[in-house]
Design a protein around this ligand. Structure first.
Ligand code: PGA
Length: 236
């Protein structure tokens, strides 16, 4: 059964997040949809949401600590308050805009793995790497696996080409299939695709071999579009 995840990034307020989560919860219940649905709101919108089991709330980011002096960060003490046991690690915006290094990500990964969190670990190449070809693209992705235990059973990987994130440019089915096939040779856990997924292209993406679901940004912030994409996911 395919997975669908919504990454809110720096969008929605506490109020609109609550409305969104409640609407999705109701939608899943009313339509008896039991696909795994993940929502990553901003940390300021965390709450003790009462949802169906297959709807999980995760953290877009947290530091590898319980608590301490890490200004601007949150740790597991704050996540525990909301029973959050799911985290995104390695998203391209954290790597490329916020400057997280592979070493930072490895420390974070190992910390949350030791605590048994479900980890959605993101990888993906920038445009200049993709333009050099598939060998360079795969080489770049393998480096993003350095220090990452790919045998961890609560791992989900998301392949998100950087040039396809938030740009409206989606990778072609051939490009997605090629990379997914290679990554799947290394893992048995689910592998998601992310990058400009929308209601109009979701079905086609879900039909590609080795695509176990999607991680969606922009189009998922609208509750009606997200519902539509959940419905499509449940039928594929
Ligand atoms: P996008 O973002 O759907 O807006 O391209 C995807 C992501 O960053 O996870």
């Amino acid at each position: 059964m395919k997975i669908i995840a919504s990454n809110f990034k720096t969008n929605h307020t506490r109020k609109s997040t609550k409305e969104f989560v409640n609407a999705i919860d109701k939608f899943l219940t009313d339509n008896k949809i039991d696909n795994e649905v993940l929502i990553f709101p901003t940390a300021t919108s965390f709450d003790n949401f009462d949802t169906v089991k297959n709807l999980k709330i995760g953290a877009q980011n947290a530091y590898y600590t319980k608590n301490g002096s890490f200004t601007g960060e949150i740790g597991t003490e704050q996540l525990d308050e909301f029973a959050i046991k799911t985290i995104l690690i390695g998203h391209s915006e954290r790597r490329h805009i916020l400057g997280e290094t592979q070493k930072d990500l490895t420390l974070k990964y190992n910390y949350y793995k030791a605590l048994g969190y479900k980890i959605i670990y993101c990888v993906g190449e920038p445009l200049e790497v993709r333009e050099k070809g598939i060998t360079e693209t795969l080489g770049y992705i393998w480096e993003q696996f350095e220090g990452i235990d790919l045998s961890y059973d609560k791992l989900i990987i998301a392949y998100e080409p950087v040039w396809a994130i938030g740009t409206g440019v989606v990778a072609t089915a051939v490009e997605i299939a090629q990379v997914h096939k290679k990554i799947k040779k290394k893992i048995s856990q689910p592998l998601l695709y992310g990058g400009s997924v929308k209601p109009e292209n979701l079905e086609e993406i879900l039909e590609i071999d080795n695509v176990d679901g999607t991680l969606i940004g922009t189009t998922s912030w609208d509750v009606e579009q997200f519902k539509q994409m959940i419905e499509i996911t449940s039928k594929n």
